[in-house]
Design a protein around this ligand. Structure first.
Ligand SMILES: Cc1ncc(COP(=O)(O)O)c(C=O)c1O
Length: 352
């Protein structure tokens, strides 16, 4: 076991005590609410971490990309997988069918007839049955049918297509209008005598209000595993619950109030969403990560009483941990200053 001090920078580390606690907390929360926990592995893309989530009690995993399903199936992480992306075209549907044969349950989502028909044709060719959830836009403004009636209609249409099996409805993320949307949709299905086995919600910020959605049978959180600056800003986590840090070296102090570190957009990513700056410096909480170029990170130290020197190491909690995972080959698991694990980010870059 090497000391974390031996790590060259920049490097992405994960505090194992914090990460394990994050896994335990979400599992305990979903258990206490009687909701199945189906973590989204796009946050880490590391099969060993998916196995930890499964050992803690997850019912299966969520993937966003076929490449992630392939890597995680190969590693034997879970035999119950939900792929939350519209899968279109011959190449992808053929890959999906190959995976369907390997896994006990590989469910998909869709929000339109084109995808449903493509999946049905591929499933018929392959002689497999594909379980599906209808994706609903319950307030986020991304994919998803726009009304409960449209969810019901699409489900009924797809149920009549060969080799598809209706498994339920899903959304991302649970927002305030989700409850009314899902309740109305469930009423429509009930009225038609159609069972809805799965009602799937998602999102780490949504764990704050999970108890307000009693109709959910499962929840998909991803970011909760590491947490990041976005989660702190949305009050879903504290800084002490952020496990991922980018370890960086101060390489220049051009002025009294400016430091430059060796981590730029190619490690920290340029993601900001609703967060100001590009991360949180744990040793200098008053510092602002005010700018990034590809290989340089600029720290504004004007509000800091103590200031780092050239050669000092700092640890930065990134804004968006899921994208940082896709930036590096290896993530280091650290406990008490020692490196306990060097995980290959096996599904890194697998975007198809
Ligand atoms: C469809 C879907 N489900 C679940 C999640 C997990 O959300 P979070 O990362 O906020 O936990 C995401 C995140 O992008 C998602 O797109």
């Amino acid at each position: 076991m090497k000391s974390v001090r031996d790590l060259d920078s920049p490097a992405v580390t994960v505090d194992l005590d914090i990460m394990e606690d994050n896994i335990r907390r979400l599992q305990a929360q979903t258990d206490s609410l009687g909701i199945a926990n189906r973590p989204h592995i796009k946050t880490h893309k590391i099969p060993a971490l998916g196995k930890l989530q499964m050992q803690a009690g997850a019912v299966g995993i969520t993937c966003q990309k076929l490449g992630e399903v392939e890597v995680f199936a190969e590693a034997g992480v879970a035999d119950d997988v939900l792929l939350t992306f519209n899968i279109l075209g011959w190449t992808k549907t053929e890959r999906l069918m190959a995976l369907s044969r390997r896994l006990k349950r590989l469910a998909v989502v869709f929000d339109n007839e084109v995808v449903a028909r493509g999946l049905s044709e591929a499933a018929k060719r392959a002689g497999v049955e594909v379980p599906f959830l209808v994706e609903c836009d319950t307030g986020f403004g991304r994919n998803g049918v726009q009304t409960p009636e449209a969810a019901f209609d699409l489900a009924r249409l797809a149920m009549r297509l060969p080799n598809l099996r209706f498994d339920g409805i899903m959304t991302f993320p649970n927002k305030e209008p989700t409850a009314a949307f899902f309740n109305r949709a469930l009423e429509l299905f009930r009225g038609a005598g159609i069972e809805v086995p799965v009602v799937s919600g998602g999102g780490t910020p949504a764990t704050l209000t999970l108890g307000d959605f009693p109709m959910l049978t499962e929840h998909r959180a991803g970011t909760y595993l590491y947490n990041d600056a976005m989660m702190v800003h949305s009050r879903a986590a504290t800084w002490a619950q952020c496990a991922m840090r980018v370890r960086a070296t101060v390489v220049s102090r051009p002025t009294d109030t400016r430091a430059i570190v060796d981590a730029g957009t190619k490690v920290l990513t340029s993601d900001q969403y609703y967060v100001q700056g590009f991360g949180h410096v744990t040793e200098y909480p008053q510092a602002a990560v005010s700018g990034l170029s590809e290989e340089h990170g600029t720290l504004d130290l004007s509000r800091c009483a103590e200031r780092p020197q050239v050669g000092d190491i700092v640890h930065i909690v990134p804004n968006h941990c899921c994208v940082v995972s896709n930036m590096v080959d290896t993530v280091y698991g650290v406990r008490g200053g020692r490196i306990e694990a060097a995980w290959k980010v096996a599904a890194r870059g697998l975007v198809t």
